[in-house]
Design a protein around this ligand. Structure first.
Ligand SMILES: [Zn+2]
Ligand SMILES: [Zn+2]
Length: 161
């Protein structure tokens, strides 16, 4: 069992945060945007309500930088203002949910991907664990998310409706 809160930071430590609860769901994204933006094979994103991410006392506030997307919907990546490490994303500027970069946690192994997405652009040498739920592009939330997480998502989305 993972103990909460989970602590994390940017590379330089000017931004320090904690996740108060488990995320709703965890993506390992193999899309070409994530590859380009990270310079790596994939991004691991923990989807969580924004108000469950708490900045530690004295932490700097991460600053958003807008990324272009194919859909045309905005994608803001929040970065440390000093070292520019990417900490989390806000897709479509919903404000109420964040995609936290799991490898910025002090214990990145604490969160394991629930699904692998955009495997159509997965690098050939990356081998998924046996039994991993993998999708060429995206997937159906209603089918893949646990009921508790769907309920959390509905509750948080109601705030912006
Ligand atoms: Zn930093
Ligand atoms: Zn991606």
């Amino acid at each position: 069992m993972t103990d909460y809160p989970l602590h994390g930071s940017c590379f330089c430590g000017a931004v320090r945060y904690r996740l108060e609860t488990p995320p709703m769901f965890v993506h390992c994204c193999h899309c070409t945007d994530c590859q380009k933006q990270t310079g790596s094979a994939f991004a691991i994103n923990a989807l969580i309500e924004t108000d469950r991410i708490v900045l530690e006392p004295g932490s700097l506030e991460p600053e958003p930088l807008e990324m272009k997307t194919d859909s045309g919907r905005p994608h803001d990546i929040y970065r440390c203002p000093k070292c520019l490490s990417a900490l989390w994303s806000d897709y479509s500027r919903r404000k109420v949910t964040r995609f936290v970069r799991v490898a910025t946690l002090d214990t990145p192994s604490a969160l394991v991907p629930d699904v692998h997405i955009f495997t159509r652009s997965k690098l050939a040498w990356v081998q998924l664990p046996p039994g991993a739920r993998a999708f060429e592009v995206y997937y159906d939330l209603e089918k893949e998310w646990p009921p508790e997480s769907l309920a959390r998502r509905r509750a948080v989305m109601a705030k912006i409706a």
